[in-house]
Design a protein around this ligand. Structure first.
Ligand code: C5P
Length: 414
């Protein structure tokens, strides 16, 4: 089972000359992390912002810069560079580069490779707001769109030139999502395998108030649940993410409902039913303060510290798993354990009544809590699957595909 839709895909990245070029380094890193093969061309102007050495260190290939380099042409000519790619990504796409593309100019390696391709081209524009809104640029955008070129961004915001408005290059995560969407659409032309399925997913911590300014919380970042939501949406599922407080931005294509407490999370989940799949990835606080104070608790010198009386929170996973009406046909829980991981998770699956449990070791030495990597075991009614150490993103994609397989097997058995 391929871990990522990008695994083995060949991306030719064309880096234009803009301050946003530095963001390409992050983009390359993320593409490589997901198994893509990346080749990069830098325009002359791009080399003023990032060096070919930084780019080639990250791609693991040489950085291509020169149309008339004898050695380059002998090793990998400009036509070959285009032909050898599954997708061309232009980031940052400057006004100049877009004007060349729209008019079919080919006077350097970047523009030549762009004219020589019959592959999909994805453009991430980046320029001053006046340059972006200029009639000439907008005309070029219209032409490029009519030619079948895809766009991601530009975003609105503060610009390096001190102005505000549209023109900021899309963030690496957004460009990455656009690239992943492109390959997902290629892989599933009629819509993803989870098209027509509705998924409810919880993620993040909950905050349980002590008084108006203090709360009980935990270290969950929400990264794993957000990645799962995004992976499921990419496979075509209608995805509703009920999220506790996190610093993460809404995953593309996902409906996000933000809540604070466990009780709010449960209400939001019940409102979102019926669903075909429920995934409880949130680190819901087990307890809340019995009666949170209406005013901020005051520290009085000489007085004893206040004693907090805790009461149990509702268990969202158990509630959804044991519903008489509208129980989602597949309910998946998570079990973060610090010892006897599989043993504890197996009994948790039975106790809570869910169908699958994704168990992981979160003892501090693993760095899983808040980190980017995860080692999980998938425990189903049929048995146990041990997955290797993977980035959380890859765990999410693997789980999403496993869910799609589960439904296609169930359908075949009908
Ligand atoms: O009981 P424990 O917290 O170890 O169980 C973990 C699983 O239960 C996770 O899937 C978590 O999202 C879910 N859970 C829940 N509501 C709670 C506590 C845990 O949905 N109050």
């Amino acid at each position: 089972m391929a871990e990522s839709i990008l695994n083995g895909r060949r991306v030719l990245l064309i880096i234009g000359g803009g301050i946003a070029a530095y963001k390409c380094l992050e983009l390359i890193r993320r593409l490589k992390e997901r198994g893509a093969n990346v080749r990069a061309i830098l325009t002359d102007a791009a080399q003023q912002f990032v060096t070919p050495l930084s780019v080639s260190s990250l791609t693991g290939d040489k950085a291509y810069t020169d149309l008339f380099s004898l050695t380059d042409e002998a090793e990998m000519g400009h036509i070959e560079l285009s032909r050898d790619a599954d997708l061309l990504v232009v980031a940052p796409a400057t006004a100049d580069l877009m004007a060349k593309m729209a008019n079919g100019l080919a006077n350097d390696l970047a523009s030549t490779a762009l004219l020589a391709t019959d592959k999909k081209v994805l453009v991430a524009p980046a320029m001053n707001v006046r340059m972006w809104t200029h009639r000439a640029t907008q005309r070029n955008v219209e032409t490029l769109m009519a030619d079948g070129v895809d766009f991601v961004g530009p975003n609105e915001g503060d610009m390096a030139c001190g102005e505000f408005g549209p023109g900021r290059m899309a963030e690496p995560a957004e460009i990455l999502a656009a690239i992943e969407n492109h390959f997902t659409e290629l892989a599933y032309p009629g819509g993803g395998p989870l098209k027509g399925k509705r998924v409810l997913i919880t993620s993040g911590p909950t905050h349980e108030p002590i008084d108006p300014v203090r709360y009980l919380a935990n270290r969950s970042s929400g990264k794993q649940g957000y990645a799962i939501a995004q992976a499921l949406a990419r496979l075509g599922a209608e995805t509703i993410l009920v999220s506790g407080p996190t610093h993460l931005s809404d995953p593309p294509g996902v409906t996000v409902k933000r809540v604070e407490t466990a009780r709010e999370m449960l209400t939001a989940c019940e409102t979102a039913l019926p669903a075909d799949i429920a995934i409880c990835a949130a680190a819901v606080a087990d307890w809340r303060v019995a009666s949170d104070a209406e005013q901020k608790l005051k520290k009085q010198s000489g007085e004893q510290a206040p004693a907090l009386m805790l009461v149990e929170n509702p268990d969202i996973l158990a509630t959804l798993s044991q519903k008489k009406n509208h129980r989602p046909p597949l309910v998946v829980g998570f079990a973060a354990e610090t010892e006897k991981v599989v043993e504890h998770a197996t009994s948790k699956r039975e106790r809570k009544g869910c169908d699958w449990i994704v168990a992981n070791d979160v003892s501090p030495a693993t760095g899983v809590m808040g980190g980017d990597l995860n080692t999980v075991h998938l425990i189903t009614r049929e048995g146990q699957e041990d997955w290797p150490l993977l980035p959380k993103q890859a765990v999410a994609e693997r789980l999403a595909r496993r869910i799609a397989e589960h439904f296609s097997t169930a359908k075949a058995a009908e």
